[in-house]
Design a protein around this ligand. Structure first.
Ligand code: G3I
Length: 450
């Protein structure tokens, strides 16, 4: 499929800029004027959401609520819908704090992602020491009661949270729930489906971002098994808690894509990345781009609003500083959301430029088509129309590097990020391989007549 300038609004915006730029050099990846100015609006352009975790005890903080209302269109209760909060005593349910978050969100037209129905952690005291069939029944009753109470009000539930072990085995985590039998997860999903048939039912975990991790493979195999046996699962959440010891993996896009290929939606559910400045911004950009590159990656949620709201605030892992100012990471996410993500398989993009009016009639068009992809690199192809005497610049985003070319003999600028391609007798198309180093964005193209 080739996207034309007429069918892609951001390309149209690029085209309108062209007339103002002598020599017609326009970067497709730069945020176009008129681009969405909030995270939610930018994500909605490709049919996705952008959410945050919310704590009930912060709903009186006007800075917090101001950012929440402005920037986000999906809300997850950080602690208030967990088992210890909603069933503090067996059979006695408490929804007041969960409801405060839910009502605040819904009054502002936001959706709510429920978190979490069954988990080995944050169990109420009475449940922690239970075992066997009594625990199984108590867990299923909890799932049924809570999902029934919120029926029709939540968009999705994290039905089961963090059930797989860390480390090399790829197996289940030991817990009192696991000891009730390996089928406890599917039992929880079936109970949730019966209670709220319209909520999306998700499995949610951490350290499942790297496709090479045994834990990732363990979850993948469970989801594949569930899909093959008709266990009701609709989505997989990737918590995405990153830091320098656990950076965003370069194969993130592969992980998301492989899960999506099982027939489930995937979502980034608790994103935070410790760090600061451009390094942090780049990693946030990489996660955003990985989601945008997968059609069934339907949304991203960050785990809190300001750094000071974070469960690990010393790592300053969020998009707003403690005063509520937008950080570089915010801008990188917003720009990435504004730059791409069609909601379908991203195969091509087009940029159209012309030469300065009067200088050379006609101008030219360079069309980019995505080629083969590997875990560390991807191919791109460019086809030029309008002239046989073209000059196409291909700009890649750091830390990407062009590591091979064909059908052109390019020259380079000093940064090594801008390649100038001209015909070399091989016709009007050429190609290249980009080592992505974690950045999956497509290159920017300009075309002018030589
Ligand atoms: O509310 C009490 C307060 O009254 C008390 O004085 C204080 C003393 O420690 O504790 C407060 O409760 C804390 C609660 O957060 C609210 O701030 C708990 O101790 C603390 O354990 C709890 O931490 C939460 C953590 O889950 C517990 O596992 C974090 O806020 C929450 O962000 C975090 O979220 C989890 C996700 O649910 C699942 N994925 C991992 C993620 C991060 O751990």
């Amino acid at each position: 499929m080739t996207l034309t300038a007429k069918s892609v609004s951001r390309v149209a915006l690029v085209s309108s800029l062209v007339a103002a730029v002598a020599g017609a050099a326009v970067l497709l990846a730069a945020p176009a004027s008129g681009a969405a100015s909030t995270l939610a609006a930018a994500a909605e352009q490709s049919g996705r959401y952008f959410g945050t975790a919310v704590a009930a005890n912060k709903l009186g903080d006007s800075t917090y609520v101001g950012i929440l209302n402005r920037e986000f269109d999906m809300v997850t209760a950080e602690n208030e819908m967990k088992m210890d909060a909603t069933e503090p005593n067996q059979g006695q349910f408490s929804f007041s704090n969960g409801d405060r978050i839910l009502n605040q969100a819904r009054n502002q037209g936001k959706r709510v992602r429920g978190h979490a129905l069954a988990w080995h952690s944050q169990q109420p005291g009475w449940m922690q020491n239970m075992s066997g069939s009594a625990l199984r029944s108590a867990m299923l009753n909890h799932v049924t009661q809570v999902a029934s109470y919120y029926k029709g009000k939540v968009y999705a539930w994290d039905v089961v949270n963090e059930a797989f072990a860390d480390g090399g085995g790829g197996g289940r985590r030991d817990s009192n729930l696991q000891r009730t039998g390996n089928d406890w997860i599917e039992a929880a999903f079936r109970a949730a489906r019966s209670a709220d048939p319209n909520a999306k039912l998700c499995y949610n975990d951490y350290n499942t971002d790297n496709w090479s991790n045994a834990k990732t493979q363990g979850v993948y195999n469970m989801v594949r098994d569930f899909k093959s046996r008709g266990v009701p699962i609709d989505c997989v959440g990737f918590q995405a808690h990153f830091n320098s010891g656990n950076p965003v993996p370069s194969n993130y896009h592969t992980t998301l894509g492989n899960f999506a290929a099982l027939g489930v939606d995937v979502q980034i559910t608790e994103l935070d990345i410790e760090g600061s400045g451009s390094g942090q911004a780049q990693q946030f950009q990489g996660v955003t781009q990985a989601c945008l590159a997968v059609a069934r990656c339907t949304g991203i949620t960050v785990w809190g609003i300001r750094d000071s709201d974070s469960w690990r605030s010393s790592g300053t892992p969020l998009l707003f500083d403690g005063s509520g100012n937008k950080k570089a990471a915010y801008t990188s996410v917003l720009n990435a959301l504004n730059s791409g993500g069609t909601g379908t398989n991203p195969t091509t993009t087009t940029t159209t430029t012309t030469t300065t009016p009067g200088e050379q009639p006609g101008g030219c068009t360079a069309t980019y088509s995505e080629g083969q992809k590997w875990s560390d690199r991807f191919n791109g192809n460019v086809t030029v129309s309008g002239t046989d005497n073209w000059v196409v610049t291909v700009t890649v985003s750091s830390p990407q590097k062009v590591i091979a070319t064909w059908n052109t003999s390019p020259s380079w600028d000093s940064s090594g990020n801008v390649m100038t391609a001209r015909p070399n007798g091989s016709g009007n198309s050429f190609g290249f391989t980009i080592q992505h180093n974690g950045n999956w964005s497509w290159p920017s193209l300009t075309c002018s007549v030589g």
